[in-house]
Design a protein around this ligand. Structure first.
Ligand SMILES: *Cc1c(COP(=O)(O)O)cnc(C)c1O
Length: 446
C-alpha cells in the first residue's frame, strides 16, 4: 500500500495551534477535527489523519498528572485550539469514568486492563469519548451512526450513545460469529439503538458500511456518521491509556519498554504509535494477530496479500483487511515511526489456548485476545526489558471459551449479568446492500 505525501503536508505552520486533518487518499481533502468526526470517512473512503503531531517536551510532568487531567492535556494537543479546553475537560470527565490499571503477571510482565468500563472492553474508551464529542459538535442536528462490529465495538457504541437525543445508531454484525453474551450486551437496549445481524462475515459487514457511505441518498438523507475504529475521535481517545500505562511504571522500567497489542483493525496499535510520536517512551511494539495474519506477513515479506477471513477464538480480531493500516503506513512513511520498532507475530489457536493456561498458572485469568498478546510478548521480550500486553476484554465476555479451555467457572460481572436474561431485538438481513438500505429508510425515516 504505497503512500506518497508531498513535502508541503509535512511542514508545520509556526505559531498555529489549529490541527488540520487530511484524507490519506486525497491530500486536497483537508478538514477540521469536528468535520472529521462528523464525516468519519473522506472522499474515496479515505481515512482522516492529523498532518503532524505535537511532541511533549515535559513528558515526566505529564506522566505525573492524574488520568483525567493528563488526558485533557493530551487531547487538547491532539485536537488543538478548535475546541476550548473546558469543553474537552467536560467531555473527558463524562467519558473516562473508569480506570486502566496495570496488573502484574510476572516480575517484568504486566497486563494493561482496559476492560473496566460499562461494556467490559477497551472500546468503551473510544466509544464514550466519541459519543460525547458528537453530542457537543452536532448541536442538535439529527445524526445516524452506522457501524459494523465484530463484537465489542457494537457494545461500546450502543452503550455510549444509548438515550442521547437526536442520535440514532444502526449496528451491523456477523450472524453467529460472536458469542451470545457479546450479542446480548448490545442488541437488547432498544430505543435509539437499532441492531442488524448480517448473513456474512465481519468483512461483509464492513463492506456494507463502506457502500452506504458512498451512497449519497443514504449518507445525506440520514446524516450518516461512522463510529467504528476509523473515526478519528475514537483513535485519539485511545492514545490516553498508553500514557496511563507508562505512568504506572518506575523510571527504570520506562526506559526499556515493549508493548504487545492484540490487533484486528489496528486502531489500538495506531493509537499506541501516536502516543510514541508524542514522546511516550516505548521501545518496541508487537503487532500481533490470530490466524488472520495479513499484517505480520506483510511486515515479513513486504507483500500485502489478505487471505479470506477465518473464524478464531479471538473473534474481535477476525479481520483480514485491517482498515486502520494506512494510518500506520503514513506514520512510517513520514518518518515519525521507525519501522524497525514494529515486530509482527501471528498466534494460532493452539498457542492461544496454551497462553491462557500459562497465564492461569501464574494466577492470572485471561481471555483469547489478551492471551495472544501475552504469547507474542513472551517470544520477543528479553529479561532486562519490561513488557505490557493489552487486556482488551474482560474474560467473562468470552466465558464459553474461557471456561472450556481453563476448565473452571468464570463469574459474570454486573453489566453482563444484567443483560443475560433480556431479549435480542435485532433485525436479520442478507449481505445484500439494497436490503439494508431499504431497512434503514424504513426504521429511520418514518
Ligand atoms: C476490537 C478488539 C481488538 C482489536 O482491536 P483493533 O483496534 O481493531 O486492532 C482486540 N481485542 C478485543 C477484545 C477487541 O474487542
Amino acid at each position: 500500500m504505497p503512500l506518497r505525501l508531498s513535502r508541503e503536508t509535512r511542514l508545520i505552520k509556526k505559531g498555529s495551534k489549529q490541527v488540520e486533518l487530511f484524507n490519506l487518499k486525497d491530500e486536497t481533502d483537508s478538514v477540521s477535527f469536528a468535520e472529521a468526526v462528523k464525516k468519519g470517512l473522506g472522499k474515496h473512503q479515505g481515512l482522516y489523519f492529523p498532518k503532524q503531531f505535537s511532541v511533549f517536551d515535559n513528558i515526566d510532568e505529564i506522566l505525573a498528572k492524574p488520568f483525567v487531567e493528563r488526558s485533557v492535556e493530551i487531547l487538547s494537543r491532539l485536537i488543538g485550539d478548535e475546541m476550548p479546553r473546558e469543553q474537552i475537560q467536560g467531555i473527558v470527565e463524562k467519558a473516562f469514568v473508569f480506570d486502566a490499571p496495570l496488573a502484574k503477571v510476572t516480575d517484568n510482565v504486566y497486563c494493561l486492563e482496559l476492560f473496566h468500563g460499562p461494556t467490559l472492553a477497551f472500546k468503551d474508551f473510544g466509544g464514550r469519548f466519541m459519543a460525547q464529542v458528537l453530542s457537543v459538535i452536532a448541536q442538535g442536528e439529527p445524526i445516524t451512526i452506522l457501524t459494523a462490529t465484530s463484537g465489542d465495538t457494537g457494545a461500546a457504541v450502543a452503550h455510549a450513545f444509548h438515550g442521547l437525543d437526536n442520535i440514532n445508531v444502526v449496528i451491523l454484525y456477523p450472524k453467529g460469529k460472536i458469542s451470545l453474551l457479546q450479542e446480548k450486551l448490545f442488541t437488547t437496549l432498544g430505543d435509539n439503538i437499532h441492531t442488524v445481524s448480517i448473513d456474512g462475515d465481519f468483512d461483509a459487514c464492513q463492506q456494507l458500511v463502506k457502500t452506504a457511505f458512498d451512497d449519497a441518498d443514504v449518507r445525506e438523507g440520514l446524516h450518516l456518521n461512522s463510529a467504528n475504529s476509523i473515526n478519528i475521535s475514537r483513535l485519539l481517545a485511545q492514545v490516553c491509556y498508553y500514557f496511563e500505562a507508562v505512568s504506572q511504571l518506575t523510571d527504570a522500567q520506562r526506559s526499556d519498554l515493549v508493548i504487545s497489542v492484540p490487533s484486528g483493525n489496528f486502531g489500538n496499535l495506531t493509537a499506541g504509535m501516536i502516543a510514541k510520536v508524542m514522546g511516550l517512551p516505548i521501545k518496541k511494539f508487537i503487532a500481533c494477530t490470530n490466524a488472520n495474519d495479513t499484517v505480520p506477513r506483510y511486515l515479513k515479506t513486504g507483500e500485502w496479500s489478505p487471505n479470506p477471513t477465518v473464524a478464531t477464538l479471538s473473534n474481535a480480531m477476525d479481520v483480514s483487511q485491517p482498515n486502520n493500516w494506512p494510518r500506520i503506513e503514513a506514520l512510517i512513511e513520514r518518518g515519525e515511526i521507525d519501522k524497525s520498532m514494529l515486530v509482527g507475530d501471528a498466534v494460532d489457536e493452539q498457542y492461544t489456548q496454551l497462553a491462557m493456561k500459562q497465564l492461569a498458572q501464574l494466577g492470572y485469568i485471561s481471555e483469547p485476545h489478551a492471551a495472544i498478546a501475552y504469547r507474542a510478548l513472551t517470544r520477543v521480550l528479553e529479561d532486562h526489558e519490561t513488557g505490557i500486553f493489552l487486556g482488551t476484554a474482560h474474560p467473562a465476555k468470552f466465558r464459553e471459551s474461557v471456561e472450556t479451555i481453563l476448565g473452571q467457572p468464570i463469574s459474570l460481572p454486573q453489566p453482563l449479568a444484567d443483560c443475560a436474561g433480556k431479549e435480542i431485538l435485532s433485525a436479520q438481513l442478507s449481505s445484500d446492500y439494497a436490503q439494508l438500505k431499504q431497512h434503514m429508510f424504513s426504521i429511520l425515516k418514518s
